[in-house]
Write a protein that binds this ligand. Structure first.
Ligand SMILES: Nc1ncnc2c1ncn2[C@@H]1O[C@H](COP(=O)(O)OP(=O)(O)OP(=O)(O)O)[C@@H](O)[C@H]1O
Ligand SMILES: [Mg+2]
Length: 244
């Protein structure tokens, strides 16, 4: 099993605060890794650090065998890493079509977008087709989340890094999002997903890492965490009844 992305003993400070305390994480190629953990555990800080949005004060980030720890964010993205931040990063004043066109690096105009790829994305998120010419700001929170994921999918990426794809989604939309990620998973795209929702995470993850207080406190196969409710309770504070 080869890791496409690896973090080794990564420490991150934000201003005077020491947030990441030696994060070690491996993301195997062609598989789905879930990063879980309670609020404030350091999940978003880990993603921002690997994207170069925060600078590691110690340690290394490796992508495809290359040290990217000190690279600028734009250059990290150009290596083929698609990132959907917690804040989604969509443009409210622009239409869905314009948001997608901006995300498609190879397309200057909407009609230049690879049509087969766009049809595939419409099959994952049919509402994007319905609201194609509507300003993105008029979409619901869940629809915006789908647009944010769709933007990350429009160009083939070697690695997709997505911060809480299920956040703020109604249950019916969670099911749609899971189906969409299952379809992405079938293309053997390497995924690193941050989640709070274990119901979502368990259906997609091959591998899982759990963070607490700025460090990884558990790494393993998702199947082993699914089978061990005492471990879930200890790591995530979950009770089975709450997550049926
Ligand atoms: N800009 C910032 N300035 C100061 N502290 C910050 C900043 N961003 C995050 N932190 C702190 O760093 C810690 C980790 O935050 P982070 O956002 O990485 O957690 P998280 O696991 O993504 O949480 P959540 O599940 O709530 O999104 C928290 O204690 C948070 O308060
Ligand atoms: Mg977060």
């Amino acid at each position: 099993m080869s890791a496409l992305l690896g973090l080794r003993d990564v420490h991150t400070h934000i201003g005077p605060y020491h947030i990441l305390h030696g994060v070690d994480l491996e993301v195997p190629e062609g598989e789905v890794t879930l990063l879980l953990g309670r609020n404030g555990a350091g999940k978003t800080t880990t993603l921002r650090t690997l994207m170069g949005l925060w600078r590691a004060s110690q340690g290394q980030v490796l992508f495809a065998g290359e040290d990217i720890t000190s690279r600028p964010t734009a250059s990290i993205a150009r290596l083929g890493i698609g990132y959907v931040p917690e804040t989604m990063g969509i443009f409210s004043d622009l239409t869905v079509a314009e948001n997608m066109t901006l995300a498609a690096r190879s397309a200057r105009r909407t009609k230049d977008i690879d049509s087969a790829r766009l049809e595939w994305i419409f099959s994952l998120f049919p509402m994007l087709k319905t609201f194609w010419l509507h300003p993105a700001g008029l979409l619901s929170g869940g629809q915006k989340q789908m647009l944010a994921v769709a933007r990350a999918l429009i160009e083939p990426a070697r690695l997709l890094v997505i911060d809480e794809p299920s956040k703020g989604l109604a249950p019916s939309m969670v099911a749609r999002m899971i189906e969409a990620f299952q379809a992405v998973k079938e293309t053997r795209t390497t995924l690193l997903l941050v989640e709070q929702n274990f119901h979502f995470a368990r259906q997609l993850g091959d591998h899982v890492a759990v963070m607490d207080n700025g460090a990884i406190v558990f790494k393993g196969e998702m199947a082993s965490l699914i089978d061990d409710s005492a471990l879930q309770q200890r790591l995530l504070g979950l009770s089975l009844d709450a997550h049926q």
